[in-house]
Design a protein around this ligand. Structure first.
Ligand code: ATP
Ligand code: MG
Ligand code: MG
Length: 356
């Protein structure tokens, strides 16, 4: 049988490994924190090593048939090294765009696709200037490594730019900033695209995402937006996937403004939390699509068999799991994490609803 190499050891790697197993593939996880991890628990093998351990990377690459990832911040140099020995999808060019908010927004704007207005800002003075140009309401973000709303500070009339700059780690080595105009959105949507090496492409319908404390709380599938808005979100996600020559799965997060305009927020070149509903409601889930795309198999049908609502179990929410199991029509997914720290994604539930 064939083996998929997985960079990163979290729940996305776990659910990919489970989908891979169904198709007869083994998974070998590589991550500094792989020991006992959600992904390693369900994989055939795991390597615990640093991203810059060249020897361990070579042994890993030689032991698998193809490499993919569940965390887009794997250093590009790691991927470049692995590529000497085996195929890695998505590749380094795509990763370098997706790892940096400035590269990402420049790329998207270069395709003629709109984002919130933005400016790079690398000290308190530049934050103040950017806020004066595009504010007063804006969001200062670190350009790299943010997730779940971490590394962000909101700015408004009378905010202290220096406080915001230091709140996101400004001044620390390697920390750069971007100021984005605050979007008063009607809703947030995302589209997940899968694309094979032959250019074949499928996309799930746009879904609506509601956040709580910067963390995804609920995904509603499909999004309750106009057909025109859904079509525009689909067009944008496909255009980006094609322009990046994606092989794998890509999620594009977007804002829908009150007048129906669609602005790209960010993207993730991997399965995405807002695609977890596909596990129970679609003919083929996003994790299986990743396996198919990187292994050169035909992509699966994205047919929606039911509407769905996905709710994340964050921190202590997971304590309710026996009650959730008892609820008819609820599909429970737990990630095998021992410690329910606040803000930590422990699992999710999918509720299936009749198709509208
Ligand atoms: P993720 O966990 O999705 O990777 P992240 O930490 O990379 O999140 P973003 O997606 O950029 O951060 O922001 C998190 C959330 O904060 C967004 O989904 C949105 O609700 C809100 N947000 C971010 N940027 C803006 C903006 N410019 N205007 C309005 N709201 C915003
Ligand atoms: Mg993000
Ligand atoms: Mg986001």
């Amino acid at each position: 049988g064939s083996t998929i190499g997985m960079l990163g050891a979290g729940q996305l790697g776990r659910m990919t490994a489970l989908a891979a197993a169904r198709l007869g593939y083994k998974t070998h996880v590589f991550a500094p924190d792989a020991a006992g991890s959600p992904a390693a628990q369900v994989s055939a093998s795991a390597t615990v090593a640093d991203w810059n351990d060249l020897g361990a990377l070579e042994r890993f690459a030689r032991s698998v048939d193809v490499v993919t990832l569940e965390w887009e911040n794997v250093p590009v140099a790691t991927v470049e090294h692995l590529r000497r020995f085996t195929g890695v999808h998505p590749g380094p060019n795509l990763l370098s765009v997706a790892q940096d908010r400035i590269a990402e927004k420049s790329f998207v704007n270069g395709l003629g696709i709109a984002t919130a207005p933005w400016r790079p800002a690398n000290d308190a003075g530049e934050v103040a200037r950017a806020a004066a140009e595009i504010g007063p309401r804006c969001v200062l973000k670190s350009t790299r490594l943010g997730y779940d709303g971490k590394g962000q500070a909101r700015l408004d009339e009378g905010s202290d730019p220096a406080a915001a700059w230091s709140a996101i780690g400004g001044g620390k080595p390697g920390v750069a900033g971007i100021v984005e105009g605050f979007v008063t959105f009607a809703c947030e949507v995302s589209v997940i695209v899968a694309r094979g090496a032959d250019g074949a492409m499928v996309a799930y319908p746009a879904v609506e995402n509601r956040h709580k404390d910067g963390i995804l709380d609920v995904t509603i599938a499909p999004a309750q937006v106009s057909a025109a808005t859904a079509a525009e979100a689909d067009r944008i996600a496909r255009r980006i996937a094609e322009a990046l020559d994606l092989v794998g799965v890509l999620a594009v997060e977007m804002f829908v403004t009150p007048d129906g305009a669609v602005l790209v927020n960010e993207m993730a070149p991997r399965p995405h939390n807002s695609g977890h509903w596909t596990m129970d409601a679609c003919a083929t889930c996003q994790f299986e699509q990743l396996v198919r795309a990187v292994c050169g198999l035909p992509l699966g049908s994205v047919e929606r068999l039911a509407d769905a609502e996905m709710t994340n179990l964050i921190g202590d929410d997971v304590d309710r799991w026996p009650d959730l199991l008892a609820e008819p029509g609820v599909r429970l997914h737990l990630y095998g994490k021992a410690e329910a720290r606040p803000g930590r994604k422990m699992g999710h539930v999918n509720r299936l609803l009749p198709r509208r």
